[in-house]
Design a protein around this ligand. Sequence first.
Ligand SMILES: *Cc1c(COP(=O)(O)O)cnc(C)c1O
Length: 385
Amino acid sequence: MVKHSSRIELSQSAYKNNINFIRKKIGKDAILSAVVKANAYGHGIRTFVPMAERCGVNHFSVASSFEAEEVLSVCTPESRIMIMGIIYEVDIPWAIEHEIEFFVYNYERLPKALEAAKKVGKPAKIHIEVETGANRTGMPKSEFQMALNFLKKNRDHVVFEGLCTHFGGAESNSNQFKIDAQKKRYADFLKQCKAKKIEPNIRHIACSAAALAMKDTVYDLVRVGVAQYGFWPSNDIYFAHLQEVNKKNDVGLKRIFTWKTDIMDIRQVDQGEFIGYGTSFQATQNMKIAVLPLGYSNGYPRALSNRGQVLIKGKKAPIVGLINMNLFMVDISHIKDVALGDEVVLIGRQQNNVINVSSFTNTTQLLNNEMLSRLPAAIPRKVVR
Ligand SMILES: *Cc1c(COP(=O)(O)O)cnc(C)c1O
């Protein structure tokens, strides 16, 4: 196997820390479902899922049947998989066969699930996602009674595994009125189930922000994405935590991934020369620069041209010139004894310095999630301690 131009390491101890932290917030009874959509937010499903299992997680939520297949290929038989988003009709029998659970967000899907369950000879385990105010996917109130009747009638083939909804913006204090309305509407749906005497096995509405900051959203399961990877969903949620623990700062969640590469070449650039494409960087003095073997096609944002930094020998080396498709250059004039092949940290810690994802996203308007989820699947991932 030839080497890739960069690599990502996942820290199992940091992940364990995050799971313990989240567990403290949600209590001991709720199921913690690890949301691993978007290739586990860029962390790599194939590496991440077995690591999560070693840390006691055995429930995984994905956005598509395609991702479910990837989780299925690496998880243990004990783990449960839940598809929150797209599953094409042709793939429903496959999901049922492998006991993969899936969201149903319109009435049309129910007879299809029934038909597939009969064909496969196993029950379909479905979660009814109800519309409470996010207005993306979610079964409208007008179809719900009909759906309950259907589930009551066909309970041998279609298991009412869950009743759920998703918040549209729980991470922001300014959305609280909307989130409160969503909670209320969800509770109304639950009441209707009770009245009809057909109740879901589990109830779930919390994402990371809700699980960390709103105890009343923690029902039987929480769907935690961004927080398990060590990121606060927002400053609002972080400050809510600080208030709760009455501290001025608290590490709490730890980033679990480190992104590294190596120096490909080192060269001298004379004063007055331009570096790379165009004229965006001109050397104001004689400089020593290092060439790094990755660029925007490898997930390194082009918006960091002339403004980002990397770590070499524990020191910050600023990017000079534009991020190219497969290369970029950094200034190492101030760093002693740099050699070809030296390790470079793109995101993460090296000696006493650290480059955070936020230093990428603050200057580029990228969301944390956006930056992470775009890390190419081809970059090799491995677990460290
Ligand atoms: C992405 C997603 C989550 C997880 O969101 P985080 O904010 O990353 O915790 C939960 N539920 C649904 C339906 C989602 O799509």
